[in-house]
Design a protein around this ligand. Structure first.
Ligand code: BES
Ligand code: MN
Ligand code: ZN
Length: 490
């Protein structure tokens, strides 16, 4: 999608669609007052008809210079959030696509109500993300992407902010488009190839650990889970080291189970297809690394993605097995469907040992219990560090990728103690499933500041997912915008 920033003088220029935001109850559409009086009368009438109700899009055919004027309701002032402009911009973009337009223009909302830089970036995010469609496997592709002009009073700083949002949105789309791939098209090997290809384009270092290397170096969790599948496990490591050499990196870890059948503890058939999304954590890390490099952030960031396919076979790991993880701790397997924590534990320990990071953040579609606890619109976080956690919460408020903290204390740590090994890979019954999984991860690191994000409910659109234009059906890319906001602010 091409994006242009234009000055307010171009309100009178030719465009297929000129859109202004309307506050509920207001008799003005900001920016449209400069139009000729005939058009103005038309707008006045439509304004009172549509009333500025949130999400309402009204198309008014006009003559010239704009072929259509669109009024986009943004609701009551008291109800404005960090998502208002993003959400409504998405609706406008989808309207432009529905009308099969080549281009459309949006007038920046008044700076008296919305911060100019944030609204520019939210318009970009809302429009770009809402026009993404997973149509790789459709013979007939119907997705036409119109060009966007953002019309602003003064343009200097806004171009930069729009450019950043373009990179961030492209990274989110990159994440979605890999996460949406079916499991026959995306194995650990293909995922590693996507990572290598992206790294090469961006001149970033990418190493891929093969099954043999993983075995040799003691990645007992990744090897155990990966054993049952013909598609061999991999671990992808991406390095963006553009900060001072003395500065400790931030390590990002993402679970990438390209398909989770549950293994020998086989999952029931219903919705098992959705377990193609069990690689979403890894795809999120991949997208973040892409943007970090394109934004040329002057910091050190490392992305680690353990990737396996969890399959039942004569070679699979079993309930009852005892395995040794990368940090030397042993784990008793009681359920082969609790595989994510095993591969993540190895990757977390490796990240801490090799990079001595100042922070570790991991993303994983880790537990069904997370959906029971928080539903499908809020991710769970568990952390050992107040300061890091607060920063992530701040970013979450800005990007509207909602998170909620769950506690982790000694009592929960005790729930994963095993009679025969250092830990077991499940807790007690179904109690606090999200927290006991996090407790397992907590054992993989020492005292490095850490935030774990369980994205089981939010990584793709599910039954109870709130509809948002910028989250069309399928993978959502949750976490990409969140962590990029955090990384840009340190
Ligand atoms: N990938 C699943 C978690 C999941 C399930 C995410 C459904 C989103 C939707 C994970 O590997 C898993 O199977 N977890 C088990 C753990 C249990 C066996 C302790 C679960 O949540 O049932
Ligand atoms: Mn599982
Ligand atoms: Zn899983």
């Amino acid at each position: 999608m091409k994006i242009k920033i234009e000055s307010v003088r171009s309100i009178g220029k030719k465009t297929s669609l000129l859109c202004a935001f309307v506050i509920e109850g207001s008799d003005k559409a900001s920016g449209l007052s400069e139009l000729d009086s005939k058009t103005s009368d038309l707008i006045k009438q439509s304004l009172s008809d549509m009333g500025g109700k949130f999400g309402k899009i009204t198309v008014i055919p006009t003559k010239s210079p704009a072929q259509r004027i669109v009024l986009a309701g943004i609701g009551k002032k008291e109800k404005f959030t960090e998502d208002t402009i993003r959400f409504v911009s998405g609706k406008i973009a989808q309207k432009a696509r529905e009308l099969k337009l080549k281009d459309f223009s949006i007038i920046l909302p008044p700076s008296s109500v919305f911060d100019t830089l944030s609204s520019a970036s939210q318009i970009v995010e809302g429009c770009k993300l809402s026009l993404y469609k997973f149509d790789k496997f459709k013979s007939e592709k119907e997705n036409t992407i119109p060009e966007l002009s953002i019309i602003v009073p003064k343009s200097e700083k806004i171009s930069k902010s729009a450019k950043i949002s373009e990179i961030v949105s492209d990274a989110t789309i990159f994440t979605k488009s890999i996460a949406n791939l079916p499991p026959n098209e995306c194995t650990p090997t293909t995922l590693a190839n996507f990572a290598k290809e992206m790294a090469k384009k961006n001149k970033m270092k990418c190493s891929v650990f093969s099954k043999n290397e993983l075995k040799k170096q003691g990645f007992g969790g990744i090897i155990a889970v990966g054993k049952g599948s013909k598609n061999e496990p991999k671990m992808i490591v991406l390095e963006h080291l553009k900060g001072k050499a003395s500065e400790k990196p931030i390590v990002l870890v993402g679970k990438a189970v390209t398909f989770d059948t549950g293994g020998i503890s086989l999952k029931p058939g219903a919705k098992m297809d959705e377990m193609k999304f069990d690689k979403c954590g890894g795809c999120t890390v991949l997208g973040i690394m892409k943007a970090v490099s394109e934004l040329k952030l002057p910091i050190n960031v490392v992305g680690i993605i353990p990737s396996v396919e969890n399959m039942p076979s004569g070679e699979s790991y079993r309930p009852g097995d005892i395995i040794k993880l990368y940090n030397g701790k042993t784990a008793e397997i009681l359920n082969t469907d609790a595989e994510g924590r095993l591969i993540l534990a190895d990757a977390l320990s490796y990240g801490e040992k090799h990079y001595k990071p100042r922070a570790i953040i991991d993303f994983a579609t880790l537990t069904g219990a997370c959906i029971i606890a928080l539903g499908t619109n809020v991710a769970a976080i568990v952390s050992n560090n107040e300061k890091l956690k607060q920063k992530i919460i701040e970013s979450s408020k800005k990007t509207t990728e909602e998170i909620w903290e769950l506690p982790l204390n000694e009592d929960y740590m005790n729930m994963i103690k095993s009679d025969v090994a250092d830990m077991k890979n499940v807790g007690i019954g179904r109690s606090a499933g999200t927290i006991t999984a996090a407790a397992f991860l907590r054992n993989a690191i020492n005292d490095t500041p850490w935030v774990h994000v369980d994205i089981a409910g939010v990584a793709w659109t599910q039954e109870a997912t709130k509809e948002k234009p910028y989250n069309p059906k399928g993978a959502t890319g949750f976490g990409v915008r969140l962590i990029l906001d955090y990384l840009q602010n340190i």
